[in-house]
Design a protein around this ligand. Structure first.
Ligand SMILES: [Fe+2]
Ligand SMILES: [Fe+2]
Length: 495
């Protein structure tokens, strides 16, 4: 630490302390953070009776109580930074890992402040650490739950307060989001892998693991319910080589986002998820040469291709014997190319009502197909162009209400759109504005071109003003990422 004076920055006016005491407190503060880091880590490996833990608890108590002796209390406050007794803690280089760990762990559990109101003993510290680490991520009631659990052990000397996330204060939950992004990424790629496995097994007439697919659909439902923008961002990853698998997962993401807005229960959402994952399963029965033909299909080939919904039903009925598949799901697969006016395929002998699953999947399917590059269509439509085409064709092809919902899901500037701003900056739409009023002002990642490479500059909010009634930045138009050679997908992947 080079400059002690600048190392502790007062957050609010505090009593002046001598530099020597400040220096001692700074050192002690860093040690406390490191001790908490180690304690939290150990608690995840050993149970509370372990001897290695006992010894470390004693050492930690010495540091904590030394601080309390000097300062009366120990308050650890989480904001964008850590504050000890109201003063921002400047971490030392060696202390950075501990600092970041503590900040992330508390924030993730929605804990904003912990106050040790007097000297602590072994039981108090242990109960606190184990209680804290057992809290589930993201639960806003955690502070209350931890206080209650401490009180049930007769501990009243620790006060726990919740983390207050201000509306629009994105930075405060960045660490939490990075974690969420990693989870989403894992689910996304795991699902692609599983659907690939299921299709390969069906082709080889082997047993397909539908239960695994169900588990992944449930995880996807949880993510969509919590924060759909992360998965919607992932759906912009259009992996050209593995189109069928990637397409099935993307269709699932869009379908689930629509289902969420229709107020579906988690159970129905999971059923919708499995149906969407399997919607093109019939293609596993169609020869590769037809599926991957670069040129237009001849009449016979097209006739074969049009059989995939019906072949899908056959496959699904076979899977039905394994459980987890119900008639609603089978009908959804049958309906997904029928069109709103039933002019699509398969040809019907008698008019029927289109199922809701079929209608949802059809819209999600068309949107993903249009925004993806295919072997016969090297450059896809932009999200904006795709929505415009869909709106024009809505009477024939799509349920107008569901189409409106899809536009609500992806926004008028859909997630993943490349946009030009009035400041001549270029950005990528990252997240729609949660306020419907500002549907044209999403959150945008500014990108900068650096020696033929594009790099992330910053995440901005387009509702930001720089004077009365004057927005700092406004979208002028969308750009075609293929022309500008910007790799949109990489901005949605956690590093
Ligand atoms: Fe299809
Ligand atoms: Fe499809």
């Amino acid at each position: 630490m080079d400059n002690i004076e600048s190392a502790i920055q007062p957050r609010r006016p505090m009593k002046r302390q001598s530099t020597a005491i400040e220096a001692e407190l700074l050192k002690l503060g860093n040690t406390i953070v490191t001790k908490f880091h180690v304690l939290m880590r150990i608690s995840q490996i050993y149970d509370s009776k372990n001897t290695a833990l006992q010894q470390f608890v004693q050492e930690s108590l010495q540091t904590i109580n030394q601080w309390i002796k000097m300062e009366g209390v120990l308050s650890i406050l989480v904001d964008n930074e850590l504050f000890l007794n109201g003063e921002r803690l400047r971490y030392s280089v060696e202390g950075f890992t501990s600092f970041k760990y503590l900040l992330t762990q508390l924030r993730k559990r929605r804990i904003g402040e912990v106050v040790f109101k007097g000297p602590a003993d072994e039981t108090t510290l242990k109960e606190f650490i184990y209680g804290l680490m057992s809290l589930e991520d993201g639960n806003e009631k955690n502070a209350e739950l931890l206080s209650e659990s401490l009180a049930s052990h007769g501990i009243t000397s620790i006060e726990v307060n919740p983390l207050e996330v201000m509306e629009g204060e994105e930075d405060a939950i960045t660490y939490y989001l990075v974690d969420q992004q990693k989870v989403a990424q894992k689910v996304f790629f795991e699902t692609i892998g599983t659907i690939k496995e299921v299709i390969t097994n069906i082709k080889g007439k082997q047993h397909a693991d539908v239960r695994k697919l169900k588990r992944l659909a449930q995880k996807a439902v949880n993510l969509i319910v919590e924060d759909e923008s992360i998965l919607l961002g992932m759906a912009t990853i259009k992996n050209y080589d593995e189109y069928t698998f990637n397409h099935s997962v993307n269709v699932t993401i869009y379908s689930l986002a629509i289902g969420k807005r229709l107020g579906f229960t988690r159970k129905i959402m999971t059923e919708l998820g499995i149906t969407a994952l399997l919607h093109d399963i019939g293609k596993s029965k169609i020869p590769r040469e037809i599926l991957n033909k670069p040129g237009p299909l001849d009449e016979g080939e097209w006739g074969m291709m049009k059989k995939h919904p019906l072949l899908g039903v056959e496959v699904a009925l076979n899977l039905k014997q394994l459980g987890e598949i119900n008639p609603r799901m089978v009908v959804g697969i049958f309906d997904h190319h029928l069109n709103n006016d039933l002019s699509g395929y398969p040809k019907l002998f008698r008019k029927k009502e289109l199922s809701l699953f079929g209608r949802i999947i059809q819209i999600a399917d068309a949107y993903d197909a249009m925004t993806s590059a295919r072997i016969y269509k090297k450059s896809p439509y932009t999200p904006e162009q795709s929505l415009a085409i869909m709106l024009r064709e809505k009477v024939v092809h799509f349920d107008p209400i569901l189409l409106k919902i899809l536009i609500g899901v992806v926004g008028i500037y859909p997630i993943g759109s490349l946009v030009l701003l009035n400041t001549h900056e270029v950005g990528i739409v990252y997240k729609p504005n949660p306020d419907q009023k500002w549907i044209d002002r999403p959150r945008v990642i500014l990108v900068e071109r650096h020696e033929k490479k594009d790099v992330k500059k910053e995440l901005i909010d387009l509702t930001e003003t720089d004077g009365p009634n004057h927005f700092k930045r406004t979208i002028i138009k969308t750009l075609d990422p293929n022309k500008y050679h910007v790799d949109i997908a990489k901005y949605f992947l956690a590093s």
